[in-house]
Design a binder for this molecule. Sequence first.
Ligand code: SF4
Length: 68
Amino acid sequence: MAKYKIVHHEDKCIGCGGCVSVCPQNWAMQGNKAKPKKTEITQEEYDCNLQAMEICPTEAIEIKKIED
Ligand code: SF4
């Protein structure tokens, strides 16, 4: 089962809340920035986080495959 690592570039985050709106399962606001609840996710959790990555206007979210 594939595993992925979430990398959140906090310096790029403008706190728009887009990631939280499409993937509240793994994203929450903390002050004026978003923060992932988990930084290692499974295949089931991937789609939601992919949506978060795609909606992010500043490319602050990266998803890296860490295991096949
Ligand atoms: S979508 Fe991107 S810029 Fe907006 S809160 Fe999430 S990580 Fe930050």
